[in-house]
Design a protein around this ligand. Sequence first.
Ligand SMILES: Cc1cc2nc3c(=O)[nH]c(=O)nc-3n(C[C@H](O)[C@H](O)[C@H](O)COP(=O)(O)O)c2cc1C
Length: 122
Amino acid sequence: MTERDESTVRDWLRGIEVFARPLPEFVTERAPAEPSDLFLEWLTDAVAAGVPDPHAMTLSTVDEEGDPDARVLILKNVDTAGFQFAAHADSPKGVQLAGSPWAALTFYWARTGGDLHAVARA
Ligand SMILES: Cc1cc2nc3c(=O)[nH]c(=O)nc-3n(C[C@H](O)[C@H](O)[C@H](O)COP(=O)(O)O)c2cc1C
């Protein structure tokens, strides 16, 4: 890519609107004590706002070399014990979690301005 192309792409990216709607206020004192209850409140808002695939999330893992990997999965359940998803144990994500049972989950709900990032042990 030439320098001119890079500058054009940068300008184009900077011109794309982000956070077009007002971001919701987050008041720590009003948040439920149980994190999964807060998550369900946000997910409920996202469903009500018509966010497409609101239960889709990015699961980030690391492989045996320590290199990061990530993919989109559908959330199957959430409770006080954590988040549940369906995956084959012999898939790359299954093998990576067996070797290094720490993972990050990221949700982004553009219409409600919500962004949740959770790190947990599998
Ligand atoms: C919207 C969406 C939902 C998906 N849901 C799942 C899922 O619930 N389980 C799953 O194993 N793969 C799901 N996939 C496919 C994964 O993103 C991924 O391509 C696949 O699981 C292979 O991942 P891996 O090679 O890192 O193990 C979904 C993909 C998309 C785009």
